[in-house]
Design a binder for this molecule. Structure first.
Ligand SMILES: Nc1ncnc2c1ncn2[C@@H]1O[C@H](COP(=O)(O)OP(=O)(O)OP(=O)(O)O)[C@@H](O)[C@H]1O
Ligand SMILES: O=C(O)c1ccc[n+]([C@@H]2O[C@H](COP(=O)([O-])O)[C@@H](O)[C@H]2O)c1
Length: 190
């Protein structure tokens, strides 16, 4: 069985991410899920990006009781921005014989052709895709490497959470309690 890699900035990790990870680990035939914290997404501006160690810590706090969800800092030691194709090559070297698959939102699949060497990724890895509102992925229907899943949707984002915190709103349950305590203790996102 394969290990599903779920890449993200996780700034901060939230309930939407966790539902996907839990669904992928428990309902799709994957063995486990690794949340790979990316120091810097190549397609996103670095402004407002929290310290990667804080993002890593929040991901660990969110999953400390999880059975089949782990957190990876593999990209911390690789060049930035974090190109997924390079991370995959590095992982394959570090864990020979281990089988990986990618977990990806339909929004990312819709812009996947902008990723570095996306054809190489598609040739070598299965993509477990979950739906996102408004994302049109019809061009990928039937592709042999693409598995469209029926992951339940929870339409929140880290951007929404950062904004809410900056406005003094209560984001209880949008992020796990321990993550919220960590954010408060470090006075993040104000
Ligand atoms: N509520 C959600 N439901 C499904 N997928 C999500 C949700 N939030 C984020 N994702 C997906 O999780 C992955 C990691 O995303 P990321 O860490 O950048 O979070 P984000 O909430 O989209 O962040 P931001 O709002 O800062 O752009 C991406 O593939 C993104 O599409
Ligand atoms: O490899 C690429 O070219 C590439 C382009 C865009 C995004 N990614 C990775 O995809 C992950 C999720 O992206 P996003 O847009 O939801 O933040 C993030 O960890 C990025 O490093 C990777």
């Amino acid at each position: 069985m394969k290990t599903g890699l779920f890449f993200g900035s996780f700034n901060p990790i939230h309930t939407g991410h966790l539902i996907i990870a839990s669904y992928m680990a428990g309902f799709t035939g994957l063995k486990e899920v690794w949340l790979v914290v990316s120091p810097h997404n190549p397609l996103k501006n670095k402004n407002g990006l929290s310290d990667m160690y804080d993002r890593l810590e929040m991901a660990k706090l969110a999953t400390e009781n999880a059975d089949r969800i782990k957190v990876s800092d593999i990209e911390f030691s690789l060049p930035q921005p974090s190109y997924t194709v390079d991370t995959l090559a590095h992982l394959q070297e570090k864990y020979p014989g281990k089988e990986f698959a990618l977990i990806m939102g339909a929004d990312n699949l819709a812009s996947f052709k902008k990723w570095k060497n996306y054809e190489v990724i598609l040739k070598n890895y299965e993509l477990y895709v979950y739906p996102r509102p408004g994302a049109d992925i019809s061009e990928w229907a039937g592709h042999p490497s693409i598995k469209i899943t029926e992951t339940p949707q929870m339409d929140i984002s880290s951007t929404f959470i950062r904004k809410a915190i900056a406005e003094g709103k209560n984001v209880q349950y949008f992020v796990p309690d321990k993550v919220l305590s960590f954010i408060e203790s470090k006075n993040m996102y104000h």
